[in-house]
Design a protein around this ligand. Structure first.
Ligand code: DGY
Length: 321
């Protein structure tokens, strides 16, 4: 049987590369391709499928060059803000993502950030690496307890719900803001707040799980941060675009926020280096889905989508039907 010809625009885990070698006709890149280069490769190789990650931006201009033989763009991510979806739809392309397989992993990361920010993990680690040597008094260098606190969740999709499940284990009260109220079996006792602004003053900790969109761009800003109780903790494993970073830095400097845990930034990997100078921020380089198990599962899911479409079958995870 002829193998489907695909272009791989992103570096992938070994197990995923091995499967590509077995099941597809592809060249494996040693660096991530930009959108323009990926499309040129699709044309040059007469490829039916294109596998990308968030690092390959597919603008309307790039998608406009897509040849008729390209059937599917599969992104190895749940987020798809790097793809001009409207342009892809107009062009008649199938676009798929990788939902579900990274839900638990990303929720684990959100909880890691909640704990690390609240319990001053970055500062403690620094202290140890500098040699410690001076004992702390009972009232010195204290963090904030997480157990029993009130957690606000913006965006109660799969990942928001998985964060809520973890929070229940910490005896937390859970509030959520979402476009729609969830059915009771998914709410599991979390309180729906139809008004995001009204939820904020009640949150000891705010964790955001909404996609990047025109609606959510800068939703965490000077005004909304000021609505949180003084000394709240903010955590972002979603997208940097949700945040006005000037306002976040100011809130971390002036004590409006006790701390933040950040896995995502407006400009990646060129994140604002001022964050690295703030002691009360726990920083990660966009690693929410970065475990062996999850990254393999994401790669396999993207390949399953490509294999289905190249075989004339419906995709598993289409962005629209
Ligand atoms: C996603 O899948 O969107 C995550 O941010 C990992 O890139």
């Amino acid at each position: 049987m002829t193998k489907a010809r695909i272009v791989v625009a992103t570096r992938l885990p070994v197990a995923v590369v091995e499967r590509i070698g077995r099941d597809f006709d592809a060249i494996i890149p040693d660096h991530d391709l930009d959108g323009e280069t990926a499309l040129q490769d699709v044309i040059a190789r007469q490829a039916e499928g294109l596998l990308v990650s968030g690092k390959t931006k597919l603008t309307a201009e790039v998608i406009g060059q897509a040849p008729d033989h390209l059937k599917i763009v599969a992104t190895c991510s749940v987020g798809f803000d790097h793809i001009d979806v409207a342009a892809a739809r107009r062009r008649g392309l199938v676009v798929t993502n990788t939902p579900d397989v990274l839900t638990d992993c990303t929720a684990d990361m959100a909880f890691l950030l909640i704990l690390a920010a609240s319990r001053r993990a970055a500062e403690y680690e620094q202290t140890m690496r500098k040699g410690w040597r001076q004992a702390f008094g009972m009232g010195e260098f204290l963090g904030l307890s997480v157990s029993g606190k009130t957690l606000g969740i913006l965006g109660m999709g799969r990942i928001g719900q998985a964060v809520a499940r973890r929070a229940r284990g910490f005896g937390m009260t859970i509030l959520y803001s979402n476009r729609h109220r969830l059915p009771a079996d998914l709410e599991q006792g979390a309180e729906y707040c139809a008004d995001f602004d009204a939820m904020l003053p009640r949150c000891d900790i705010l964790s955001v799980h909404a996609p990047a969109s025109a609606e959510t761009d800068g939703i965490i800003n000077a005004r909304t941060l000021a609505l949180l109780p003084r000394g709240a903790v903010f955590v972002n494993t979603a997208r940097g675009k949700l945040v006005d970073e000037e306002a976040l830095i100011a809130a971390l400097q002036n004590g409006q926020l006790f701390a933040a845990g950040l896995d995502v930034f407006r400009d990646e990997p060129q994140f604002d280096l001022r964050f690295a100078t703030l002691p009360n921020v726990f920083l990660c380089p966009h690693m929410g889905s970065a475990t062996v198990e999850t990254r393999n599962a994401m790669g396999f899911r993207a390949l399953d989508n490509i294999a289905a479409v190249c075989a004339g079958k419906p995709p598993i995870d289409p962005l629209w039907r």
